[in-house]
Design a protein around this ligand. Sequence first.
Ligand SMILES: [Zn+2]
Ligand SMILES: [Zn+2]
Length: 433
Amino acid sequence: MMGDGFYAQNTNNSSKNKKKKKKRGGGKKKKMTAEQTRALKSVNEWVYLNRSSSSSSSSSDYDDFIPRSVTYTRASDNVSFEMHSHSTCSDGFLSPKALVEKAHQNGVKVLALTDHDTMSGIPEALEAARKYGIKIIPGVEISTIYSIIGDSASEEPVHILAYYSSCGPVRFEDLEKFLANIRDGRFPRAKSMVSKLNRLKVPLKWEHVMKIAGSGVAPGRLHVARALVEAGYVENLKQAFARYLYDGGPAYSKGSEPSAEEAILLIRETGGLSVLAHPWALKNPVQIIKRLKEAGLHGIEVYRSDGKLAAYSDLADAYGLLKLGGADFHGRGGHDERPLGSVSLPVLAVHEFLKLARPIWCKAIRDILERYADDPSESNLELIVRFNKMRISKGRHCKDLIDLCLSSWLTKEEVQTAEFAATMLKLSHVAVN
Ligand SMILES: [Zn+2]
Ligand SMILES: [Zn+2]
């Protein structure tokens, strides 16, 4: 989302600056508590999971997964997770590959790619991330509308972040159809914004917007704003939003977004976690958070580069929601953009997230594997390896393949549960052909 505040501080933590503790939040940071230490250990275990410790270390595909110099413990109570980022697959300026490179430069260890209404950048990001030992959380930021039936004044756009396992959503087709609907709605929406601009005597051309969006990319508000800047009708993006494109602005148009509740339900059903993005940009945050919690929302963004927002943190506590946050990085450059990885998430917040997410992801992965075990068709195999563009050698034992897919995601303990063992047993009879 654009125009929801500007921050320039980079509090990116690397293990190098552990000694020169930064003064934040009044500088009352002390030594880590026992709870934090335990949480950090558990988080790091997941971050640096790899197969080398497992039974089937025969696969060389992941030999380069963990860089030699990885630091396994960091004397910091913040961890380098970036949970909100965009690429050229939606309205970001960097390709997924370039985004991952930037994440690496900034010391990010876990990167969630959360493009608007598409997961098309995930395979490229995963491929690039392997080289740096960065873990990619397949994500998406879904454009929705919140409204109360019969009260059109309550209507406002709401962005819901979804976080999935390494194998992505269960029933990918359903989610994809849902997202495709939203993307298709972006064309008439952007067209409508352009004609509103034209009526306001701003002769912006539709072709210009499409050129900026790039081929195959559904146009968004930011693309219209960039076209306005490029054509010289406004001085900068901020002005494009402030003058024309803000929610309810003179050239603003609604798309065909689903309701926020629908999106949350679908995320739940497909094995993801749902998190309300930038609640501080909402007109009516308290009411919306309350309603979305009832619909099954898992968390809300609370942390920004400028620290924790106490009001939203209190709301999260009041409704039993996870507290997350990210830079919402678009890579547009400029002094007012928060750098990728600039939001320091406390280790306890990340720990809570993973504690809730992992059983959900674990079940999702099991469901996807079961589906293939029951019907070992090409298309069901595709579902497992959709994000991992790995070579599938003929005759390769299926279990190896699965190991390869899960190597960075599940612990031995998670795979050794009775349920998982049953799935794996089924799979062991299936050969990839
Ligand atoms: Zn957003
Ligand atoms: Zn965003």
